[in-house]
Design a protein around this ligand. Structure first.
Ligand SMILES: NC(=O)c1ccc[n+]([C@@H]2O[C@H](COP(=O)([O-])OP(=O)(O)OC[C@H]3O[C@@H](n4cnc5c(N)ncnc54)[C@H](OP(=O)(O)O)[C@@H]3O)[C@@H](O)[C@H]2O)c1
Length: 213
């Protein structure tokens, strides 16, 4: 499977690194080609760089590792090219607020629910890779030495299975948290997010499954 990671910041660079280390064909894009090339060089592991349009064209799966408003714009700008592709959303829709962050979502609506509604025709939505803080994504094991669980959520079983396979190749343990209407649970203020209800903890697969109930 070929993956385009759009955005090479805290999340995108880590996801690209882990997937490429696991043998996945990864191309990164960013706000401009030079930035993507510099990031790809730093990430290593055979990761290549290109412009956003070329990265999407060459991929089966596109990870939108950008801020929420940029993700919305990328969906609108690349609607035709995203047809038939799996689109992975790690976003939180937040802004700094004093010492912390506040949600920019309308009351009772997750970032995932909003982006799922904006999917171009034929694009297949999966929420993943945003359920931990950036440092958590680097962790290779929990405090007890187990693989770190990564939750994902989707209404599309086949797309979910494909993303679960990527999560596995990246060295994490995939655990489905439900569908699009469950995405709030794995976003930053949710009960299953590392910095929501999990109070910073990294879960093993069995702990993550037990926490779903
Ligand atoms: N940081 C976390 O701990 C964390 C945890 C969970 C979820 N998330 C979510 O993950 C998403 C990404 O967060 P982040 O911390 O990785 O952000 P970030 O470090 O600010 O990186 C954003 C990336 O988006 C790229 N970008 C900006 N405009 C673009 C455009 N028009 N086209 C293509 N790429 C563009 C930037 O490119 P340049 O490099 O060229 O500027 C940059 O690489 C956000 O929705 C955030 O809420 C973050």
């Amino acid at each position: 499977m070929a993956v385009a990671v759009i955005g090479t910041g805290n999340i995108g660079a880590r996801v690209a690194h882990r997937l490429a280390q696991g043998g996945v064909d990864v191309t990164v894009a960013a706000s401009n080609l030079g930035s993507a090339q510099a990031a790809a060089e730093k990430i290593g592991n055979g990761v290549t760089a290109s412009g956003v349009q070329d990265a999407i064209a060459g991929a089966d799966t596109v990870v939108l590792a950008t801020w929420f408003d940029t993700a919305k714009q990328l969906l609108a700008d690349n609607a035709q090219a995203l047809k038939g592709k799996i689109v992975v959303d790690p976003s939180n829709n937040i802004a700094p607020d004093g010492d912390g962050f506040k949600s920019l979502n309308p009351e009772g609506v997750s970032a995932g629910q909003q982006l799922a509604k904006l999917m171009p025709a034929g694009a297949r939505f999966v929420k993943a890779f945003g359920t931990l803080g950036a440092d958590g994504l680097d962790a290779t094991q929990t405090a007890e030495g187990d693989k770190v669980a990564l939750y994902y959520a989707t209404d599309d079983d086949a797309a979910g299975a494909a993303v679960a396979d990527l999560i596995t190749k990246g060295g994490w343990a995939p655990v489905r948290a439900g569908g699009v209407d469950d995405t709030a649970r794995i976003e930053v203020f949710g009960d299953l997010h590392q910095f929501g209800g999990l109070n910073g903890r990294l879960l093993s697969e069995s702990e993550a499954r037990a926490s779903l109930a």
